[in-house]
Write a protein that binds this ligand. Structure first.
Ligand code: SF4
Ligand code: SF4
Length: 380
């Protein structure tokens, strides 16, 4: 994907751009209705979103990739519906992303500078990756400038910022103890711009798309929770939307990944699922054109939408303690005692005790900075 692949005619509206790319009005309204449902506004809000989007002219997006693995960009490229993917990477003008752009070096840096100048105060800034602060930021240098320098400059002219992925908001794996590069998130550095946290490692591409649509429709970022995550996507726990929840309530648990209960699709709590402590839309939005999601594929949730999950949710295969439910503790312990032997039982018990202690201690020590976004949802 290069900028030439999503060329935008001067003065063209979104509706005209869709039409010139063969998207019918019917499909456009259908897409808007799907987004309206995703945003929690109800299907009836689809035509309203369509009317608002149709008149939008060439929104500009500057995408900075800082200290990261590129997984978040991969996630966006895997957006489910071609029309939704178009909206972000084709219809929405992506003026700068050094991975997606065909050119490199000075030409790319000049493109970023001119796009920021032309759209000053109006562009959406998307950031993936953390910002290293130790050793004067030398751990991430792009075009001879540190990540922090680039971020401060780009944020200065941004209307709103999307911190996409765990790296951009909490530092993710780079910030895991002992955090050798001094990695921090965007809102640890930028204090005077509205920032929304599209949480996950990586996040679901459709959540990014829906957030952009919300901004283009209403002129502001969606309502967020105390961690800066959009409530429309992160307002519910995995555990409360999980397709295996009936097995949890019935006390039916997988005890090892290849046992009969795993083949039956029972609950993954006892093999480390962090779903009871994780807020995320994974069960609803899913992945890979809504084919599946981690728990659906038989792997426990690792809690990647939660703050500092590399420290707070590890060991990933250690059981979360004290989750309320129908006799869950008794059931898991009973089954565990029956199946585990010798040292294995000692290791499991130690892991459970460790994760409980770590989660309490780490949640107590990690600070939660404030964001500039609204906290009440008045979109309806
Ligand atoms: S949040 Fe995860 S997937 Fe995204 S850039 Fe960071 S490490 Fe990669
Ligand atoms: S513990 Fe995990 S697998 Fe079990 S119901 Fe909750 S979220 Fe689903």
């Amino acid at each position: 994907m290069t900028p030439s692949a999503y060329a935008w005619t001067e003065g063209e509206t979104l509706a005209q751009h869709f039409e010139s790319h063969g998207v019918s009005r019917r499909d456009f309204v259908k897409f808007c209705s799907e987004i309206a449902v995703a945003l929690g506004l109800g299907i009836a809000a689809g035509p309203r979103i369509a009317r608002a989007l149709e008149s939008v002219k060439r929104p500009s997006v500057i995408w900075l990739q800082l200290q990261e693995c590129t997984g978040c960009v991969e996630s966006v490229l895997r957006t489910a519906d071609p029309t939704i993917g178009d909206l972000l990477l084709d219809v929405v003008s992506l003026d700068y992303n050094h991975t997606l752009m065909a050119s490199a070096g000075d030409a790319v840096e000049r493109a970023r500078q001119s796009a920021m100048a032309a759209n000053k105060g109006k562009y959406i800034l998307v950031v993936t990756g953390s910002i290293p602060t130790k050793e004067d930021g030398i751990y991430t240098v792009i075009g001879g400038r540190t990540a922090e320098d680039l971020l401060r400059e780009a944020a200065d002219g941004a209307a709103a910022i999307l911190a996409v992925g765990a790296c951009a908001h909490w530092g993710s794996v780079q910030a895991a103890r002992p955090n050798p590069t001094g990695a921090v998130g965007v809102r640890d550095i930028i204090k005077n711009r509205p920032i929304v946290n599209i949480a996950g490692c990586p996040p679901i591409g459709d959540v990014i798309t829906a957030t952009v649509v919300h901004y283009l429709t209403f002129g502001r970022l969606p309502a967020v929770d105390r961690e800066g995550r959009p409530l429309f996507a992160y307002g519910k726990r995995i555990h409360d939307q999980c397709t295996r929840r009936a097995h949890f309530d019935a006390g039916q648990f997988v005890e090892s990944f290849d046992d009969e209960s795993a083949r039956k699709g029972w609950c993954l709590y006892s093999v480390g699922c962090k779903g009871p402590a994780t807020f995320s839309p994974c069960p609803i939005f899913q992945w890979n054109t809504r084919t599946s999601w981690p728990i659906g594929a038989g792997h426990p949730c690792i809690g990647c939408t939660e703050p500092h999950f590399w420290d707070t949710m590890t060991p990933f295969y250690g059981r979360l303690p004290n989750v309320g439910g129908f006799a869950v503790e008794q059931r898991v312990d009973t089954i565990g005692a029956a199946l585990a032997v010798g040292a294995a039982a000692g290791v499991a018990a130690h892991a459970a005790a460790t994760v409980f202690t770590q989660i309490r201690r780490r949640k107590a020590t990690h600070q939660v900075p404030e964001t500039g976004t609204e906290t009440e949802n008045d979109d309806g």
